[in-house]
Write a protein that binds this ligand. Sequence first.
Ligand code: NAP
Length: 252
Amino acid sequence: MEQHVQHVTVVTGGSRGIGAAVAERLGREGHRVAVGFVRDEAAAEAVVASVRAAGSEAVAVRGEVSSEADVDRLFDVARDRLGPVTGLVNNAGVTGPLGRFTETPAEVMRRVVEVNVMGALLCAKRAAREMSTRYGGSGGSIVNISSGAATLGSPDEFVHYAASKAAVDTLTLGLSKELGPEGVRVNSVLPGAITTDMHATMGDPDRAHRMAAAVPLRRPGTPEEIANAVAWLLSDEASYTTGAILRVAGGR
Ligand code: NAP
């Protein structure tokens, strides 16, 4: 993409954790940001305020990523309020309680697949239709937030979640090839254990710190360290990078 193009980026799950750090980082780089959220409106509005304080524009949009109608609304509002969409960070994700695969209820598995896989597919589809030159767009970039779990498998914790993230990486692979000729780059970022609310939601608030001994860099990562990688992949500096599966996991 050429330098003068105004970046307009949709960040799903932009209200908290990694998504919030990504939205704020992109705001500082001059992106206009659509901050997707489903529940925590106050948190989403705080991220919008922070992007505006950095001198850019943002809008918070409530929506369930596994609903096609909600995804369409998210992109409609982004385009109408901020301009033609040039980027997507497919970040919204859930795990369910920690536990053995054989003890995981079917409804927990179904929810994880709905949000992590269907949500990512629907957002990527709509983003591609906004950005691909085949549909009149000017090109752009998609970053899918996967997980180190995709290659670890996460036994005794969340095998179903790990499987859903492997699907996200295959989405990156296929879509990068399908959309490359149409001006859209597609990459994955695989975070390791990052200090966000997600661990408390799984039932173990100290999990990211507890795992430090198993991480070569001996500490959990911060949301800002993931945002650094995402911002680079969305930038012109990554203009020849597509189909990459970038692990940001402290060596684990
Ligand atoms: P988080 O702190 O729990 O935040 C999740 C975000 O996703 C929130 O903004 C939430 O919105 C939104 N969200 C959840 N379900 C949604 C749905 N159905 N539709 C729309 N939005 C939804 O999570 P995080 O730790 O930042 O994780 C972000 C991404 O990184 C996820 O894909 C996760 O799998 C991945 N990841 C995280 C870690 C880690 O250690 N934290 C490691 C590897 C990968 P509300 O605020 O409105 O609830």
